[in-house]
Design a binder for this molecule. Sequence first.
Ligand code: BEZ
Length: 210
Amino acid sequence: MGLRIGDTAPNFQADTTEGKIDFHEWLGDSWGILYSHPADFTPVCTTEIGRTAQLKDEFAKRNTKVAVVSVDDVKSHNEWKKDVNETQNTSVEFPIIGDEERKVANLYDMIHENASATATVRSVFFIGPDKKIKASITYPASTGRNFAEILRVIDSLQLTAKHPVATPADWVPGNDVIIGLGVKDEEIEEKFPKGHKIIKPYLRTTPQPE
Ligand code: BEZ
């Protein structure tokens, strides 16, 4: 069975384009994103790795480290990285993990045999500072990821880890949020001094706390 929300993100040691890492040690106290791509020297993957590099400051602002994996080796990643830098006008500085033995791919169930027997799908794992899986998204090889959505999920996870709130459909930072069902009506004013609306007993909103 694949990894589920609340499971510990499996640790591993691996060779990467930034040297050898122990995944948990490398994460330290940061949030983490581990994502897989199907193969080096492929077009959609080239744009994804480039976009990730372009968003370096956005991930840093969120105290989030990104590592990427495919079943290619580090030599191939390093050769391909030059193309990514050139075509996407960026500088890839995060680790791309060499996983030719599929150790990481198997640990994270990233090879979906009915899609491809050999290549990883586009998995994304969001990992908290406690090393637990907080969310995951899976795309097929033919669909490049939406990195605005990935940043949005990190924002929601970090906000809801800090405050007893949930984020509604299509929420983006700055929008109102939903007051958690565990908060009693009589506690709202103290917990959410910016104001609130009670639309239904179970649907109560407040401006984003921060
Ligand atoms: C791509 O990155 O473009 C790609 C990789 C594997 C299969 C299909 C597309």
